[in-house]
Design a protein around this ligand. Structure first.
Ligand code: SF4
Length: 461
């Protein structure tokens, strides 16, 4: 072939899928695949799917239909396009995908994508391949390290998966079935990956996992390390100025993780801590394994550790048998905590989960009405949280050029986007910014003083 193969990876769903998509591209690079932002014209299209939302599988099939048209057009031009389905829908549906969509050449589960080069060789030889077994080998060991140019293209913030899977079995959730049991990567391998990212200009790392604070990866002494310990180790990596982690479970918020928030300036004071409901009755039916008061106690302990901590959360409204009183308990919990923002969803049954079989499904209209009431409170809190930034000087990590000439875009410790005029060489620096205005989705500000240029030149700087 006179040109490299072109691979387009389309990512759906959470940050873990975004990370997986990057790692798929990294793993295919040594096999001669270059990433392309467009599906049309690609030799390989990978749909990295998500199973968390309602009708996820239906959406994947309609996406396959769209790509199939491109595959037919490519064939008419004498080119072969391979279609692969990866991620959680691939894991859950397996063979069924190829039965329903013959245009698909390869189905690869979330634990198997390190085998992509071999699987694609089998596809090139004429096979239709399904690989969704949970393997005994560690996929992270087999993945190629990201190339420096790919890291730079992806920007100064990176995700790193440190943990996968979940043993909690909340009754509404498919993750324990699609991602399997909790597995943590060893400390040394995570540190090496973060050092590699930092050398290429990454300044901010978000550690991700379905249950990230259940992390228990092996340390150099052979014993399991906690997430708090891992964060302490990563805060020493030269070049890394900001650390974050998500998504946490309230039960796994251990003392040393809470203490890390007080001790590590690099650990951002912004914690995503899903609670789902404020009613003990609903929390028990969800099998969340904590009460409302236990959740509030965790919040209080975190706030004691670092006073400027802000919280976000996830809520499900209209869980089976949720009464008006249960829902009001959710509203009072939101008022009591005061979130920076929160994500709220209407409950919808996921096939194969216990909650899907529960009696007392709440009528759709009631669910919508409750969602609107909850979102009104969350939106009020979100606006108030943003408004309190006006007139304050806040540290902003400058990420990239803005739309206007001379403008840069960065983020506060609370992930608020900030736009300001600043020299491009400051990309990758943390600078003090006086916030002057709050827009709908962004803050506006001005450099508070002339900062020092970054020690590590970042992508595009
Ligand atoms: S803890 Fe999170 S990932 Fe695990 S089952 Fe519950 S909702 Fe799903």
């Amino acid at each position: 072939m006179s040109r490299p193969y072109r691979v387009h990876v389309k990512s759906f769903g959470c940050q873990m899928n975004v990370y997986d998509s990057h790692r798929m591209a990294d793993t295919l690079a040594p096999a001669g695949y270059a990433e392309t932002p467009e599906a049309a014209g690609a030799d390989l299209v990978i749909l990295n799917t998500c199973h968390i939302r309602e009708k996820a599988a239906d959406k994947v099939y309609s996406e396959i239909g769209r790509v199939r048209v491109m595959k037919e057009e490519a064939a008419a031009q004498g080119r072969r396009m391979v279609i692969a389905v990866a991620g959680c829908v691939a894991q859950a549906e397996g063979e069924e995908i190829i039965r329903r969509a013959a245009a698909v050449d390869l189905v690869v589960g979330s634990q198997n994508y390190h085998r992509l080069p071999d699987l694609l060789a089998r596809v090139q030889a004429g096979e239709q391949v399904v690989d969704t077994e949970f393997p005994v080998d560690d996929k992270f060991d087999a993945l190629a390290a990201p190339r420096t140019d790919a890291i730079r293209e992806r920007g100064i913030s990176a995700f790193v998966t440190v943990q996968e899977g979940c043993d909690k079995f909340c009754t509404f959730c498919v993750v324990p079935y699609t991602r399997g049991a909790e597995v943590s990567r060893p400390v040394g391998k995570i540190v090496a990956e973060v050092e590699h990212l930092a050398e290429a200009g990454v300044r901010e790392v978000t550690l991700i996992g379905q249950n990230v604070n259940a992390y228990h990866g092996q340390d150099a002494d052979g014993r399991p390390a906690t997430l708090g310990k891992l964060l302490r180790r990563l805060s020493d990596v030269p070049g890394i100025v900001r650390l974050r982690y998500m998504t946490s479970h309230p039960r796994d918020m251990a003392d040393d993780l809470i203490a890390a928030h007080g001790d590590l300036p690099a650990l951002m004071p912004y914690v995503h801590l899903p609670v789902q409901s404020g009613s003990d009755r609903v929390l028990a039916a969800m099998n969340r394994r904590h009460t409302r008061q236990e959740y509030l106690d965790v919040i209080a302990r975190l706030r004691k550790s670092r006073i400027d901590l802000a919280f976000t959360s996830d809520f499900i409204v209209g869980f089976p048998d949720e009464t008006e009183d249960d829902f009001r308990a959710t509203l009072t919990l939101v008022e009591e905590v005061g979130f920076a923002t929160a994500y709220s969803f209407i409950y919808s049954p996921r096939p194969g989960t216990p909650a899907a079989e529960m009696d007392g499904q709440v009528p759709p209209q009631e669910k919508s009405e409750r969602l609107q009431r909850l979102q009104a409170v969350i939106t009020r809190q979100w606006r108030a949280f943003n408004a309190q930034s006006i007139g304050r000087t806040i540290d902003v990590l400058l990420e990239k050029p803005g739309k206007l000439s001379g403008q840069l875009v960065g983020r506060t410790p609370y992930l608020q986007t900030v736009q300001m005029m600043a020299p491009r060489l400051l990309i990758g620096s943390v600078v003090p910014v006086m916030i002057t205005e709050v827009g709908t989705n962004t803050l506006f500000g001005a450099l508070a003083e002339q900062p020092i240029a970054p020690e590590f030149a970042a992508a595009g700087a």
